[in-house]
Ligand binder design. Structure first.
Ligand code: TXA
Ligand code: MG
Length: 354
């Protein structure tokens, strides 16, 4: 299959009903797969009401069939066509955070394919803030199921080039709207529990949610090892680079000394070593290692935005061993550290012990 790429510049007037959006929307309506930018990561879209179209998502990604998808809507009208009821709490969250990186788990009304929900009584739904995403969904006229547009087990794509690296030839098209801004996936919040529960930390922080709804719980699986996650997809290892990754905790200067030593030792054993740091920290490292600077430490949003591209860089460089600095778990830092822990398969050592 030939994958069409449409480039959209949102600064150029008239793109909303231009040829790119019209062609991409027509493909979606015809049951084909089209990747598109959201403010978090690129999504791989299919008509959520079409069983065959949704089935193609799982095939193209190599995604396990028991991992449900997020349904993307362009407006509140489409929301009521998907969910059974919008509770008072849901309404307050929607008024405050939509469009934006917040996914709500709500009871569905049986209108989307059971392949989207994996047979659950609930559906995860969000209204993305990216203008290209909303224009495309509106033009398609159907709710759009869209997981991240990567092959299963790869980091989520934050550029159209990442999408093509994973899925060229396997999907009908990619709408290229430039790099995404948030860089990590949306927050998934379950509203079917007595207390709203974060299943996946993301672009909207726990602090921000609590300010609107009061108490917000964290899924125990986010806090303790060994708990069975409530969000079906969380049990799978996502975001893993090919090289084995270890997080080195501790203050940046101290962690850097420890990382330098571990890196030098691994290189002597014949490993090709990658180091994940920030622009302000890269001067601390010496030697032949692949040092990737990811944003600035004083701006955790910039680190989150650059994270997945950094992980892909390590793969491109053929790195076999990665050591990464860690970050404070405040605000977007919680989502950032959640993704880093996953990428590291939970391997974390203390840099303070040296
Ligand atoms: O930012 C994002 O959310 C991106 C962009 C493309 O919108 N999408 C995304 O989709 O990250 P995906 O499929 O990679 O992650 C969906 C997450 C999974 O962890 C899945 O288990 C959870 O949402 N999920 C979906 N439906 C659910 C449901 N009914 N109950 C609980 N969790 C659900
Ligand atoms: Mg994903």
């Amino acid at each position: 299959m030939q994958t069409t790429v449409w480039r959209i510049h949102v600064a150029e007037p008239g793109w909303e009903d231009g040829e790119a959006i019209r062609e991409a929307a027509a493909l979606l309506r015809n049951g084909e797969l089209v990747a598109f930018p959201t403010e978090t990561v690129y999504g791989l879209g299919a008509d959520a009401t079409n069983d065959d179209a949704v089935g193609r998502i799982f095939t193209a990604k190599g995604r396990p069939a028991d991992n449900p998808l997020i349904v993307h809507v362009a407006d509140k009208g489409q929301l009521s066509a998907v969910v059974a009821e919008v509770s008072e709490v849901a309404r307050r969250l929607i008024d405050r955070f939509w469009p934006g990186p917040l996914t709500l788990v709500l009871p569905h009304r049986g209108t989307v394919s059971a392949r989207v929900t994996c047979g659950l009584p609930t559906v995860a739904v969000r209204m993305p803030a990216h203008p290209v995403a909303r224009a495309l969904i509106a033009a398609a006229g159907v709710p759009v199921a869209a997981p991240s547009a990567n092959r299963s087990g790869k980091p989520s794509p934050t550029t159209a080039a990442h999408v093509l690296a994973d899925l060229a030839g396997r999907i009908a098209g990619v709408v290229d709207g430039g790099p995404t801004s948030v860089g990590v996936e949306s927050t998934v919040l379950d509203l079917t529990t007595p207390v709203p529960t974060i299943l996946r930390p993301g672009g909207v922080t726990q602090e921000e949610l609590a300010a609107v709804v009061g108490e917000v719980a964290l899924d125990p699986a986010l806090v303790r090892e060994g708990e069975v996650p409530r969000s079906p997809g969380i049990k799978y290892t996502h975001y893993a680079p090919a090289g084995e990754m270890t997080l080195v905790a501790g203050a940046p200067e101290v962690a850097a000394r420890h990382i330098q030593r571990l890196a030098d030792e691994a290189a002597r054993r014949g490993e090709r070593v990658g180091i994940l740091t920030t622009e302000d920290g890269r001067h601390r490292y010496r030697g032949p290692h692949v040092v990737v600077a990811c944003g600035r430490r004083d701006d955790l949003a910039s680190v989150a935005a650059a994270l997945y591209a950094a992980l892909r860089r390590f793969d491109q460089e053929g790195v076999t061993r990665i050591y990464a600095e860690t970050f404070p778990e405040e605000g977007i830092g919680a989502a950032l550290m959640n993704r880093l822990r996953k990428a590291a398969g939970g391997r974390i050592v203390s840099g303070d012990l040296v």
